[in-house]
Design a protein around this ligand. Structure first.
Ligand code: FMN
Length: 186
């Protein structure tokens, strides 16, 4: 099994990024992975549904990589969902063009792992925060994969960022090669 992997990258200020830029470089280095930078393509939010749908059809596994913003994704990824996942195409009676494709998120969070525990500041884990994305994947009959999460984005050491990049590379390669998936927390 060899899957074509599409990374949908959503970060509004890559120049000021500390961790996503490293993870993105790691993704770019994985053979068989297409990186699509949404803020670069659509700085004015004018997402082109036809072009995006064509790109989705050319891939078997979709990875949305983004920083966690208000327990969700940066706004352009939401706009992308609203415009690209059309009724009659992504879901609905005659839709389901995404049937069977894998969906994974690669998320960086400012908060540490403890803050995302039941008695921590944010109460719920990042994976729980991503439930609306999971529900969306389900509705589109995509196969939800455990997210890749890097916690403590502002405080994690440079060597831990490198280790996370290596783990991310391994997750993307596993998606590509069809090996069993394993959640990796940074
Ligand atoms: C508008 C905004 C909202 C944010 N919301 C959250 C949040 O809900 N939870 C969290 O853990 N971090 C939050 N952060 C911190 C970012 O997740 C963090 O800056 C990012 O993961 C760092 O990645 P980078 O170095 O690639 O920019 C937020 C940051 C911004 C600017």
């Amino acid at each position: 099994m060899h899957r074509r992997v599409l990374v949908l990258f959503a970060h509004p200020a890559i120049r000021r990024s500390r961790v996503n830029r490293v993870l993105l470089e790691a993704a770019r280095g994985v053979e068989g992975v297409t990186v699509h930078d949404l803020y670069d393509h659509y700085p004015d939010f004018a997402v082109d549904p036809d072009r995006e749908q064509a790109l989705l059809l050319e891939h078997d596994a979709i990875v949305a990589q983004h920083p966690l913003f208000w327990y969700s994704a940066p706004a352009l990824l939401k706009e992308w969902q609203d415009l690209v996942l059309e009724h009659g195409w992504a879901y609905g009676r005659n839709g389901h063009k995404l049937d069977g494709k894998l969906w994974m998120q690669a998320v960086t969070a400012g908060g540490g792992e403890r803050a995302y525990s039941p008695d921590g500041l944010n109460r719920w884990s990042v994976e729980e925060m991503l439930r609306p994305f999971e529900a969306t994947a389900n509705l589109c009959r995509m196969v939800w994969q455990p997210p890749f999460v890097l916690h403590g984005a502002h405080v994690v050491s440079a060597s831990d960022v490198e280790a996370a990049a290596e783990a991310y590379r391994a997750r993307l390669s596993a998606l590509r090669d069809g090996s069993p998936v394993r959640a990796v927390a940074g």
